[in-house]
Design a binder for this molecule. Structure first.
Ligand SMILES: Cc1ncc(COP(=O)(O)O)c(C=O)c1O
Length: 395
């Protein structure tokens, strides 16, 4: 009883601070227009940036993959679960995203969370100093903690502060770790400067491009390709549950780094490989992403982003300067943010309230997330609601 009471108290405290989260039930495929909890809504909550999650070609690829390989992989990658579908996906990815390094190789994972934990725990350990951006994703934070490295957090995107920290370091191994596109702010990390610092200080640079892959760069190759960075000390992580519309992730790096992960990354070794059908569908998604359809979808998304930026600038809201599909409106406290999200919900618009610990205390926000699946009519509905709803949450 005592333990349950402790949990009940904890839950009551979450309620009282506006921090309890509730799952909503999607009754149709993830898309701009979907039925959620029995109501038709326009969704601005997903990370399905290219609108591929409900693409018939990907649903067909899952079915084809399941027919060929069955439902599950049956084992870990090192014990029977590594299929031709995984191998093919890794080969394609190394060629697609590995232009930043000679001898690139890719390693596929069930999720981005696991890829991040695996990479940081395998590359960092006691005696390593890991430099982490203050706004990095939770999976990077957890990987850093699990690695047992000395973790130093540098102020968000502050390369001067990081340079000073690196100057003062005598660590044997150094890792700089950053989101490519910050998931709750939409801004792009100063990667060129981070890489220059890494090279100068003999450090690795690990870039989690969960929100850039598929969207940024030539053919959607991601943020590292967009900036044309090159280095054997770069480790690039992309995920497939967002723009690619499926699930999973991959780490791409010099072949020696990848071989080290295969041998030493516990989050890779001690878990069942993803269903091969999923890897097969990701390969199909890559075909779409790098082809004409991907190009068309990215162009439409860019147009939606520009329209949204103009609309927000002209409104009474205070947008942040984001050029990506992530367009947050920072509100401040939890209760006001929740009240505002409820107002949008009443208008049939799903604009989620993002609260701590996802974002720092006092910076709760509405996160508008755009998708190539949106039409300009969807944006007009959003604009209408934005103009009628007061930023203070009471109107
Ligand atoms: C920046 C970032 N990295 C990693 C992840 C984890 O990826 P996955 O959902 O595939 O576990 C996410 C989101 O979920 C993310 O936003």
């Amino acid at each position: 009883m005592y333990l349950l009471d402790t949990l009940r108290e904890g839950l009551a405290e979450l309620d009282s601070r506006g921090l309890r989260r509730h799952r909503r039930i999607a009754e149709t495929a993830c898309a701009a227009h979907m039925r959620v909890d029995g109501r038709e809504i326009v969704g601005f909550a997903s990370n399905d940036y290219l609108g591929l999650a409900a693409h018939p070609a990907l649903a067909a690829a899952v079915a084809e993959g399941a027919e060929r390989y069955g439902a599950g992989s049956g084992g870990s990658h090192l014990l029977g679960g590594h299929s031709r579908a995984h191998a093919q996906l890794e080969q394609t990815l190394a060629a697609f995203c590995g232009g930043f390094v000679d001898a690139p190789r890719a390693l596929s994972f069930c999720t981005g969370y696991m890829a991040n934990v695996a990479t940081l725990t395998a590359l960092a350990g006691r005696g390593t100093t890991l430099y982490s951006d203050a706004l990095n994703h939770a999976s990077l934070i957890d990987g850093a903690r699990l690695s047992r490295a000395d973790v130093q957090i540098y102020p968000h995107a502050d390369t001067d502060a990081l340079a000073a920290m690196l100057d003062a370091s005598d660590a044997g191994v150094k890792l700089i770790v950053t989101d490519g596109v910050f998931s709750m702010d939409g801004n792009v990390a100063p990667l060129a400067t981070l890489l220059a610092l890494a090279e100068r200080h003999g450090a690795w640079l690990v870039v989690d491009d969960a929100h850039g892959f598929g969207v940024l760069g030539p053919q959607g190759r991601g943020v590292v390709a967009e900036l044309a960075l090159r280095s054997p000390h770069l480790v690039y992580i992309c995920t497939f549950g967002k723009a690619a519309g499926v699930a999973g992730a991959a780490v791409i790096a010099h072949e020696t780094v990848i071989e080290w992960l295969v041998q030493r990354a516990r989050a890779y070794i001690f878990t069942t490989a993803s269903p091969p059908a999923v890897a097969h569908a990701v390969s199909a998604s890559l075909e779409l992403i790098r082809g004409d359809e991907g190009e068309t979808r990215r162009a439409h998304l860019r147009a939606l982003i520009e329209r949204t930026r103009a609309m927000l600038r002209a409104s009474h809201w205070q947008p942040v300067d984001s050029h990506t599909a992530i367009q947050p409106l920072v509100i401040g406290d939890n209760e006001t943010t929740l009240a505002l999200a409820a107002r949008f919900d009443a208008e049939g618009l799903w604009v989620p309230a993002i609260r701590p610990p996802t974002v720092p205390v006092g910076t709760s926000r509405l996160r508008i997330s755009l998708s190539a699946g949106h039409s300009f009519d969807d944006l007009a509905r959003l604009e209408n609601a934005l103009s009628r709803i007061e930023a203070g949450g009471n109107a």
